[in-house]
Design a protein around this ligand. Structure first.
Ligand code: ME8
Length: 472
């Protein structure tokens, strides 16, 4: 593993409040960041998230609420910060693209790309989807509508724009992918991207004449920088304006869902090559989930908020249920009925019950041995490999095997029937297993893991209220 680790999530649009989709990616990033902090120490990890605040989509949402775009962004951006706090997600920095420091550096990078001759002026004519903030080709449209935003009419635009020589740059992108300079994961996504680049890529427009809510193009103030280009720059600008973070460039891992992989694996890389900057190491696109088999959407009224989950399952309950629902990287389905079932089975009956009954039989016994349980000496290769390959479900399954083992140890020995030396011997045997389980849980369920470690650190052990009360 690298000596330092820089991990990012997408910066989310402020035209919407946080929902479980945003929480899913940011939570995954938090688990990796916490794991890396255990392994590399806190100062060698940089976890960045934030909000994407410019563009026509945000300007329209603000207008609908009778606010200026900046007022609206100032209102919505903190909602993301609060949601991450609620879920015990601890980024090292939260970037907002309306930060003047971001604006300045974004302009400098674009100017550099322009000076190197990778940008030219031309005329754009075509369909634009404001929901996606991107141009669509005729073949992208289904019945004349954007497939992702069928209720919003695409807009036909004809204007003077600046273009990036993506056609030329994409050949370099392909070469770098094939040489393994950076990796697109999972494998299936790598193959899709390579195929698409080989099919041919056109130059893209990187500025807007008709969108005033944006960062001005430095050499032509009548235009603003295309919101996607400037948003991608955030991963770089943050390392430049936050003190002490320069050493983190390039990123080790960009996390996102598959919807925005093209931007991250091709356009972003092309911009970096054009600017002469080092490329990120890994781009991982996880799948999209549905809710009870349906697309999550406001019109269907099935959007789940982080608060709703935390109110029902608690912070760590929510963290567990989201990351164990299906394998990270695949598409999946979330269902509250299944969440409740799994909460009761794995958390209330599984982990919670093991802790409660072990504490109960241990109370009154004094621990004699000094136990040296640390993250390094309990995180075995199987667990590490699962986490380093972003297989959260497998890492959790590995811990739950240990929970089952410890449970069986309790069942087989019936400690409630033991007394004196026999009881003490049993307690000394079972507690290291509990401590190991809690240590492995640290990146996933930080509050619960800390509570268990505190409860079982000795010399005496006291029963505590149930960690995961059953849900009826
Ligand atoms: O695209 N399943 O922001 P965004 C899984 N601002 N993940 C989901 C999801 C679902 N059903 N719904 C949302 C943008 N997500 C740009 C990014 S980055 C330089 C700019 C998550 O607010 C997932 O991470 O639309 C997806 O990639 C992201 O939200 C899109 O967030």
């Amino acid at each position: 593993m690298a000596k330092k680790f820089y991990i990012t999530t997408p910066i989310y649009y402020v035209n919407d409040v946080p929902h479980v989709g945003h929480a899913y990616t940011t939570l995954a990033a938090d688990v990796i960041a916490r794991y890396c902090r255990q392994k590399l120490s806190k100062e060698n990890v940089f976890f960045l998230t934030g909000t994407d605040e410019h563009g026509a989509n945000v300007a329209q949402a603000a207008a609908k609420h009778g606010k200026t775009p900046k007022e609206y962004a100032d209102e919505v951006s903190p909602r993301f910060q609060e949601a991450w706090k609620l879920l015990d997600i601890e980024p090292d920095y939260f970037i907002r693209t309306t930060d003047p420091r971001h604006k300045k550096i974004a302009q400098e990078v674009l100017q550099k790309i322009y000076d190197k001759g990778y940008i030219y002026s031309g005329d754009y004519e075509g369909w634009y989807c404001i929901g996606c903030e991107k141009f669509l080709t005729e073949s992208d449209l289904i019945d004349g509508k954007c497939p992702l935003h069928p209720t919003r009419e695409p807009v036909y635009q004809k204007e003077k724009n600046y273009f990036l020589k993506l056609k030329e740059l994409s050949q370099q992108v392909l070469k770098r992918i094939e040489q393994g300079e950076y990796h697109i994961l999972p494998e299936k996504r790598h193959n899709e991207i390579v195929t698409r680049v080989k099919q041919g890529v056109e130059d893209i427009s990187i500025s807007r004449a008709g969108v005033s809510w944006g960062i001005p193009v430095p050499w032509d103030k009548t235009q603003t920088i295309y919101v996607w280009v400037e948003a991608l720059f955030n991963y770089y600008t943050a390392t430049q304006f936050i003190e002490g973070k320069q050493k983190f460039w390039p990123p080790n891992l960009h996390l996102m869902a598959k919807d925005i992989l093209w931007f991250h694996s091709v356009i972003w890389q092309a911009l970096l090559i054009a600017a002469g900057l080092e490329l990120p190491k890994t781009i991982f696109a996880h799948g999209f989930f549905t809710i009870d088999g349906q697309k999550m959407s406001k019109s269907l009224g099935n959007v789940i908020s982080p608060e709703q989950l935390v109110n029902t399952y608690g912070v760590d309950g929510t963290r567990y249920l989201l990351l164990s629902a299906y394998q990270f990287g695949s598409d999946g389905d979330l269902s509250l009925a299944k969440f409740t079932e799994r909460y009761n089975a794995d958390l209330a009956n599984g982990l919670g019950n093991l802790i409660a009954r072990t504490a109960k039989v241990s109370s009154g016994v004094t621990l004699s041995k000094h136990l040296n349980i640390t993250f390094e000496n309990v995180s075995t290769d199987e667990y590490k490999k699962a986490l380093e390959q972003y297989r959260f479900q497998d890492a959790l399954a590995f811990i739950w095997e240990k929970i089952k083992f410890a449970d069986k140890l309790v069942d087989d020995n019936e400690p409630w029937k033991l007394k004196g030396k026999d009881l003490e011997e049993f307690i000394q045997r079972v507690i290291p297993h509990i401590q190991e389980i809690a240590t492995l849980l640290l990146p996933f369920l930080p509050q619960t893991a800390e509570k268990i470690l505190e409860q079982f650190k000795g010399p005496t052990i006291v029963s505590q209220p149930a960690l995961f009360p059953r849900i009826q």
